[in-house]
Design a protein around this ligand. Structure first.
Ligand SMILES: [Zn+2]
Length: 268
């Protein structure tokens, strides 16, 4: 009884997700990111233990190259990263393992990048200087709370930085494209875990563009959040490797009437 009820709920969830994702504007495939990227927000010395826990899971699935760490250079105006040796060492090690180190505002106080051009220029300069302690020149930027003025956006693009927003990506050459960027682990209570997992998996299966998975330390560091991360990264990994094998098989087999999609196997 309980089991059939649960199955019915799952079916409804899948139907709802399919419905809602079919009405999405087609998210872009951003070649620099490929099919999948993990965006870790709020990378700050304040969350070092949580970040260790998150990256341990990412390491398990070998997704270091797909993971972008968005660093707050001076969290709250009182945590300049260069004064936290352990944190700098941690980021340095991750970087050597293939993680990308990028910028997430400067102090993260309020909507700090909803500002005029000269303030944005100054903060960006300070951010560059902070990341220079890691020998990093960032290529990507996420504004704290995704709050960004047009002036600040222009400053970032002029510095050849790509800006990732909640629904759009802004490229330095001046183009704007819709993206699929979602967070499924914002202090998720355990009873929502199956729902979040099914939504994420069916969204992933239905989107041909780049899938950005946003994660916040602390918000993801509970039982349901970490379980989601494990299950979903495992799902992505398996899917991409079987797809790779399938595509290779098609190449070897020669001409098929149409590209054979993984979805054909899983959801028919
Ligand atoms: Zn943030």
């Amino acid at each position: 009884m309980m089991k059939s009820l649960r199955n019915a709920i799952m079916l409804i969830v899948v139907a709802l997700v399919l419905l809602s994702s079919s009405s999405l504007s087609r998210p872009a495939y951003v070649p620099a990111f490929g099919r999948f990227a993990v965006l870790v927000h709020d990378v700050s010395p304040a969350y070092l233990p949580q970040l260790r826990e998150i990256t341990a899971v990412i390491d398990e699935y070998g997704l270091q190259n797909e993971t972008y760490l968005f660093v707050i250079p001076n969290h709250g105006g009182k945590m300049p990263i260069w004064k936290y040796r352990e944190f700098i060492e941690f980021l340095g090690k991750l970087r050597r393992e293939g993680y990308h180190v990028e910028l997430h505002g400067y102090t993260h106080i309020g909507d700090e990048f909803n500002c005029n051009a000269s303030t944005a220029e100054k903060k960006l300069e300070l951010g560059f200087r902070a990341l220079s302690h890691l020998n990093v020149t960032p290529r990507y930027f996420i504004a704290p709370r995704y709050a960004l003025s047009n002036d600040a956006l222009s400053v970032l693009l002029a510095h050849n930085i790509t800006v990732i927003g909640e629904d759009f990506i802004y490229l330095p050459k001046g183009t704007v494209e819709p993206v699929y960027n979602r967070e499924y682990t914002w202090y998720t209570p355990s009873f929502l875990f199956p729902y979040e997992l099914v939504s994420a998996e069916s969204a992933y299966a239905n989107i041909n563009g780049t899938f950005f998975l946003s994660v916040h330390p602390r918000a993801v560091n509970n039982k349901a959040g970490m379980e989601f991360l494990r299950e979903f990264l495992g799902f992505v990994k398996e899917r991409e490797s079987s797809k790779g094998a399938l595509e290779l098989g098609i190449k070897l087999a020669g001409n098929f009437p149409r590209p054979f999609k993984n979805e054909d196997l899983r959801y028919s």
